[in-house]
Design a protein around this ligand. Structure first.
Ligand SMILES: C/C=C(\C)C(=O)SCCNC(=O)CCNC(=O)[C@H](O)C(C)(C)COP(=O)(O)OP(=O)(O)OC[C@H]1O[C@@H](n2cnc3c(N)ncnc32)[C@H](O)[C@@H]1OP(=O)(O)O
Length: 543
């Protein structure tokens, strides 16, 4: 039987997999028609692929001419109806059997009779897909790995109906795309997932049964077996919902309980913790998808909401004690300070308590406030104020003692002590002047004016403002980001920035040189630079 010569490839689905397939097919010299639910999505994906090709040119991995020619071969189309002249269509839609059956029937109706039809499915029976078409002999599975341009494997899955010529033609096409082919008969999970999914589930059973922590299981697998990634990290990357769906296919279709999904996996998916794409799975991820070490960010909440968290000696003393404890905690990498309730960070020192203080008592109270400020400034870890409402008087001063401030759009700042016949006593005068400049500090301290979040942002008192319901989440993201950096480096940066304020510039620069040099030879310096050169994320340990 004659087989078709492949010149034009249709790719259905412009997501990560479909775009990757379109890229490698166009790079191999095929004309590629890329379709999704509408032309806009297909066009966006095509532009993204062109940008990706541009990056390869920048890195010297592709010539500008080759990138331009490849981009020209990529044609976004409105939908399946445009696949009429395609010699091969590769379906790369969401892993949903009903959807794929519908798309297969639609492709079959739109395509010329001798064209071949492949699915990128990772688990759905290709035999079942072939059966809804009028060309079952020309159907097979073409399971690419993610990310398609980088992963060398394509798993070709023969449906029961697949004709030998179809297999040969597709194998040649995959090889022309630079892939190594392995061949699987149509069985649950095919080859790769039949091996992979039980392995990932076994790692999850180990967590579920308390055999080890996710970190130890992944480290054990990486260092003991040498894969680039641990099983739980990989499960998070694939998506726990996808892992569960494939595990369910294996269990249902093979019928052996050894393929059952762990309850832990089901619960994580029920919670919406589907891995990297959802920001949380076995690990927590920041907005860039970088793993955030958990337990490294602490939060102190000023908790006296009925008095707008006004700072009496008891609360300030407690704050001092907790900060001393935090100083001894070797695991923490960032600290957040915020206020309880939705109205105040802290509305100042407690006026009722201060109203009866003698001069010496006020001195002791002021010294206690200053001791807390000094504690926060000299902690090795960054302290971030999340100002959720009023930060007046001592409240503003506590925020100023933090390394930097983010605030809710509802926040209000001020040093209104002059209204009470006193002045700021917890460091407000000088820290405010250092933060916003002497002129603005003078005006705020002399008038007792209260300013809103926008103005605080404008004068540089706060670094960012956020919707009230988003404030803590945003600050946690910043703290989590800091927690992924080298703790020794962050500590030195904090120390030099603080001490540099009090000395002449040449001395400050000398401090910087000393701190810079002191970091060399640390485990973290070696790890950070090796990670950059090895093109992998760094794993800092704080030594
Ligand atoms: C060193 C540091 C020094 C010297 C200082 O910090 S001096 C204090 C500087 N701060 C202030 O002057 C602000 C005082 N508070 C206010 O002006 C207002 O409370 C407010 C504008 C912040 C909010 O007003 P409002 O929404 O109307 O709320 P209330 O005033 O009714 O407050 C609710 C309860 O909290 C008590 N409160 C508020 N701030 C303080 C404070 N700094 N010290 C003691 N108690 C405070 C307030 O009295 C209310 O209590 P109750 O009356 O309900 O018992």
């Amino acid at each position: 039987m004659m087989t078709i010569e492949i010149r034009t490839v249709g790719v259905l689905g412009a997501g990560q997999m479909g775009s990757g397939i379109a890229q490698v097919a166009a790079t191999a010299g095929y004309t590629v028609k890329l379709a999704d639910v509408d032309l806009e999505r297909a066009t966006k994906a095509t532009s993204k692929i062109a940008a990706m090709l541009g990056k390869l040119v920048e890195k010297g991995k592709l010539t500008a001419e080759a990138a331009e020619a490849t981009a020209k071969r990529l044609i976004p189309v409105a939908g399946i109806a445009d696949f009429g002249d395609c010699d091969l269509v590769i379906e790369a839609a969401t892993e949903n059997v009903d959807l794929k059956l519908k798309l297969f029937a639609a492709c079959d109706a739109a395509m010329k009779p001798d064209a071949l039809l492949a699915s990128n499915t990772s688990s759905i029976s290709v035999t079942k897909l072939a059966a809804v078409t009028k060309r079952p002999g020309k159907v097979l599975g073409m399971h690419f790995m993610n990310p398609v341009p980088l992963m060398r494997l394509v798993e070709i899955v023969k449906a029961v109906q697949t004709e030998p010529e179809t297999y040969t033609t597709i194998k040649e096409a995959a090889e022309k795309m630079g892939k190594t082919v392995v061949t699987s008969n149509d069985a649950p999970g095919f080859l790769v997932n039949r091996i992979l999914i039980p392995m990932l589930c076994e790692a999850m059973f180990a967590v579920q049964e308390g055999v080890g922590t996710p970190e130890d299981i992944d480290t054990g697998a990486k260092l003991g077996l040498n894969p680039p990634m641990g099983p739980l990290e990989l499960a998070d990357l694939i998506g726990l919902d996808t892992v569960l769906a494939i595990a369910n296919v294996l269990y249902t279709d093979i019928g052996d309980t050894k393929y059952r999904a762990p309850t832990l996996l089901k619960n994580l998916v029920r919670a919406g913790w589907v891995g990297k794409k959802g920001g949380r799975g076995f690990y927590v991820y920041d907005e860039k998808g970088q793993k955030v070490p958990e337990g490294f960010v602490g939060t102190i909440t000023l908790n006296r909401p009925d008095k707008l968290n006004a700072l009496n000696a008891e609360l300030v003393g407690e704050l001092h004690r907790v900060l001393a404890e935090i100083r001894r905690d070797k695991d923490l990498r960032a600290l957040i300070v915020t206020g309880a309730g939705d109205k105040a960070f802290a509305a100042g020192a407690d006026i009722a308590a201060m109203s009866t203080m003698t001069g010496p008592e006020a001195k002791a109270f002021g010294e206690l406030g200053h001791a807390v400020g000094a504690q926060m400034e000299t902690l090795a870890i960054p302290v971030i104020a999340a100002v959720n409402g009023f930060a007046l008087g001592g409240g503003c001063e506590m925020a100023l003692a933090c390394d930097f401030i983010h605030a809710s759009t509802k926040a209000k700042f001020g040093q209104p002590e002059v209204n009470l016949g006193v002045i700021p006593g917890f460091g407000g005068t000088n820290r405010l002047a250092r933060r916003v400049g002497i002129g603005r500090a003078r005006e705020l301290c002399f008038t007792g004016d209260v300013i809103g979040a926008e103005e605080a942002l404008r004068i540089g008192l706060v670094n960012g403002i956020h919707a009230p319901e988003e404030l803590l989440g945003k600050v946690k993201e910043i703290a989590a980001k800091i927690a992924t950096k080298g703790p020794l480096a962050v500590a030195q940066a904090k120390r030099v920035l603080l001490r540099g304020l009090d000395v002449p510039l040449p001395t400050a620069n000398e401090l910087e040189v000393q701190a810079f040099a002191a970091l060399f030879g640390s485990e973290d310096q070696r790890e950070g630079m090796a990670a950059f050169l090895g093109k992998r994320p760094a794993n800092f340990v704080g030594r």
